[in-house]
Design a protein. Structure first.
Length: 203
């Protein structure tokens, strides 16, 4: 074997095992990054136990008022009453026709036809939603009321038209006077307007 190769190899081995190479000072990594470990440690600390957090949340959050009829009514109305709202919308259009009929003092045939249509639609709603949450709505009960009042006025108008020919206007006990007629129509108009307002504010 060539002596030069052996000598070169021994020299190289000596250099590698003698620690020769980087002659500077290594940085103190431990102290340089200790602040990061401190931040992580501080962020990881949970100030309250699970039981304490549950207690705090229980104190802050108000319980759902499940026994409050108004609250339940609002929730049910928003979630489950799209069909009811559609049915009510049909009645709103009929009531608007009735209002126009009263304001323009149209004949009794036109009046009675609108009232008959109103009664049919309200009767459908009454049967369809009886025993359901909608039965407790102000709008449901208001529909029944306005239907009954309109029916009563329609009946009055028919009798007034029939009997006024035979009963003297100034006779005692005569209920078919112009004053009574005007009062009944005015009351009906006011109640129609109030009902329309209630129905249009269901949403």
């Amino acid at each position: 074997m060539n002596k030069n190769i052996i000598v070169t190899g021994l020299c190289l081995l000596t250099i590698l095992t003698s620690g020769a190479g980087y002659m500077g000072t290594l940085p103190d990594v431990e102290s340089e990054f200790s602040y990061l470990r401190k931040e992580v440690s501080e962020k990881s600390v949970v100030p309250y136990s699970v039981e304490e957090l549950d207690k705090m949340n229980e104190d802050k959050l108000k319980p759902i008022p499940r026994n409050n009829d108004d609250y339940v009514d609002i929730i049910i109305r928003k979630d489950n009453s799209s069909e009811y709202l559609k049915d009510v919308n049909h009645v709103i259009m009929i009531l608007e026709k009735l209002r126009k009929c009263i304001n323009t003092d149209q004949d009794i045939q036109k009046f009675n036809a609108i009232v008959s249509n109103l009664m049919d639609n309200v009767e459908y709603i009454k049967k369809e939603y009886y025993g359901k949450p909608e039965q407790n709505y102000l709008s449901y009960n208001r529909l029944i009321y306005i239907s009954q009042e309109a029916s009563s006025v329609a009946s009055y108008r028919i009798k007034e038209l029939t009997f006024k020919k035979y009963i003297p206007t100034n006779s005692e006990g005569n209920i078919y006077t112009k004053e009574n007629y005007d009062m009944k129509m005015e009351n009906l108009l006011n109640n129609v307007n109030e009902t329309i307002f209630i129905l249009k504010n269901l949403e």
